[in-house]
Design a protein around this ligand. Sequence first.
Ligand SMILES: [Zn+2]
Length: 423
Amino acid sequence: MNKDDLKRSAAEAAVAEHYGLLLGIGSPWKVRKADLNILERKVEIVIEHDAQVPVLCPECGQACARHDHAPERTWRHLDVMQFTTLVRARIPRANCPQHGVGTVRAPWTEPHSRFTLFFEAFAVQVIEACRSLTQAAELLRLDWDSVMLIMARAVKRGLERRSTEEVTHIGLDEKSFRRGQDYVSVMTDLTKRRVLEVVEGRATADAVQLLETLPEEQRKAVVAAAMDMGANFAAATRKACPQAAIVHDRFHVSMHLNEAVDKVRRQQHRRLLETGDKSLSGTTFLWLQGALPEGERALTLDELCERNLKTARAWTHKETFVEFWSQGDATRGGHFFKQWYNAVARSKLEPVKAVARMLKKHLLGLLNYFAHPLTNALTEGFNSKIQAIKADARGFRNFANYRIRILFHCGKLDLTPLTAPQS
Ligand SMILES: [Zn+2]
């Protein structure tokens, strides 16, 4: 070997060592060479397994004889100086006396992945930080399906690592899906503030399936479940978690009462318009919020109340009910409810009376609030995130993708691949 050749091979060895460090690999793996393609702005790192060292069975980790090599594969790695960086290798196959022939585990990647661990870890962070999948795909220079694959693998990893042992207080809720035509049911852990699982549909059987994603032992540990006043979630809870207290949370109650006030307002507004009175025009916001918005308005809230409008009375019943939640215990709560119910029953406010009857039917679940002060407001808090997922048009074509994206962003899962060398 002449002087120039010696110099070149020393430089190549240094570059190879550098890439070995970047990938976090060591003996028996080594970088044989790094091919630089300036025109294509591409670096290909070729890795090989030391032929002198026995290979390890992917099943049991025993040192075995080398059978042959799997066909050459390529993995995308983190870009270096804006050069697309690829790892190329032919992975040896071990011949284990016990497990037969199997491809050796490569320390820079997870089985079946087309990316190195470093790339996937980076991609997970980029996707977490991005508002849309499209944006993440652009930044990572990947197609949409590859980003979805990385997310699916991350969620699978996260679910395998997740512990649900301490799940005691859950929330069940429905979310619209595919432009509101279909629904999904979502189960949340109200203590750790995370989405636990999502299933298609909102029928009783769907909710049972949702609850049964928790292992039986853990289902037995559920103390209370917050839900709306529909029959399905309650029926599913009685079936799958019979010991759990059913709590109808205040979020849904106030939603129904708000709707009732608005119904009364609209009826009253129509009637007043017939006589040429516009005093209720544009007051939707006012009645729902109970506060007067800034700006010029012909009548103040007090003035409207003085006119003894039906809407004002409906609003008073709604506001009075807020005090129910502060009654402290079920006895006082029951007493308060009775009084409130009788007051509403004496009124002629049909929409409010309808809600009152519904509340009476679900009184046990309302009174359970005092022993288990749960609220699904947390689930509602996830709404904005889930809304953003849905707004990303391509994201909700398919339920499996929708589920993965909800769990990725709202599941508080440990999504990062292990980047430490495995061999
Ligand atoms: Zn083996």
